[in-house]
Design a protein around this ligand. Structure first.
Ligand SMILES: Nc1ncnc2c1ncn2[C@@H]1O[C@H](COP(=O)(O)OP(=O)(O)OP(=O)(O)O)[C@@H](O)[C@H]1O
Length: 292
């Protein structure tokens, strides 16, 4: 099974949201990592066939998904960023309702809903109304609805938003079980979530993939660019102004230890450290808005 993006492009009037992206996915978990506004949602909506590209194509085993229509949608599970829940439905009713929309026969729908509520750890609240759920519980219900038709391709837009650390581990386990023979693509701007969940990462900036590869491959780009340095506290502003400071730690006696991402050794006293994905991300998105 193969899903390919072929020079995929989307313009919103003069704004280029996705800029001629080509890539191929085979079964596994792919993470789409980028700052807000990088184009992740636009790309995912085109990949689901909901948004028409300005140019380019998405190919499922060599066939354009825009020509396959509902045949493609039968293979697809999607959790959008802003998912509409019905507050007065119970979790179970909600899954049965979505099953009906997906054309799943009622008997199968019941069995499948029950199994999925268990998979996402909501079996004990199956008959509780959604309005009583926390953000993380709603998110897990959203993931369950995306899995109802046992999709071959699963697209999750910011699925880790609102999940606590335990729930993140649960999501990672669900996805790695599920992805052995399926393609899972999830977006996030939380680096540690990608590190924990994805096998392969697309780093997206200004509508393009600036890097792609395994976490190890990506981290290798930051190798030799991460430094640790202890400076007087009163100099901190100066360092923050001139360098990308990934982390800082105040020690006693008025000193602060900085983790700096920089191509050049920032000072003779700076010691080189082992790079992480977070360091790589900061080297490409040094400002708070991520340079979009
Ligand atoms: N319907 C639209 N009309 C005009 N511009 C849009 C529209 N949708 C998105 N954009 C713009 O396209 C760019 C990419 O947006 P997109 O939502 O795809 O990014 P994103 O990476 O998903 O960001 P976020 O994480 O904030 O959702 C942004 O600059 C955004 O303002």
């Amino acid at each position: 099974m193969e899903l390919s993006l072929d020079r995929l492009t989307k313009h919103y009037k003069s704004k280029i949201a996705v800029d001629c992206i080509s890539a191929t996915m085979t079964p596994g978990v792919y993470g789409l990592l980028g700052a807000n506004g990088a184009g992740k949602t636009t790309l995912m909506r085109m990949l689901c066939g909901i948004l028409e590209p300005t140019s380019g194509d998405v190919l499922y085993n060599g066939h354009s998904i825009f020509e396959m229509g509902s045949a493609y949608r039968n293979f697809l599970g999607y959790l959008p960023q802003e998912f509409g829940y019905y507050p007065n439905y119970t979790a179970q009713e909600f899954l049965l309702y979505i099953s009906a929309l997906k054309g799943i026969p009622r008997y199968n729908a019941k069995k499948r809903s029950h199994a999925l509520l268990e998979t996402v750890g909501l079996e004990n609240v199956a008959t509780k109304k959604i309005k009583t759920f926390s953000g993380g519980m709603k998110q897990r219900l959203g993931i369950a609805q995306a899995l109802l038709n046992n999709p071959k391709i699963l697209v999750l837009d910011e699925p880790t938003a609102g999940l606590d650390p335990k729930e993140r581990v649960r999501l990672r386990n669900i996805l790695s079980d599920f992805a052995s023979d399926k393609i899972v693509l999830l977006s996030t701007h939380i680096v540690s979530d990608i590190e924990a969940i994805a096998d392969e990462v697309f780093l997206m900036k200004k509508g393009t993939f600036i890097l792609q590869g395994s976490i190890e491959e990506l981290v290798s780009y930051a190798k030799g660019k991460v430094w640790e340095l202890t400076v007087p506290e009163h100099d901190l502003k100066k360092w923050e102004l001139n360098y990308t400071v990934a982390n800082l730690h105040h020690s006693d006696r008025g000193f602060v230890t900085l983790r700096i991402v920089s191509d050049e050794r920032p000072s003779l006293e700076a010691v080189s450290c082992t790079a992480t994905l977070e360091d790589l991300y900061l080297s490409f998105f040094p400002t708070e808005d991520g340079g979009k």
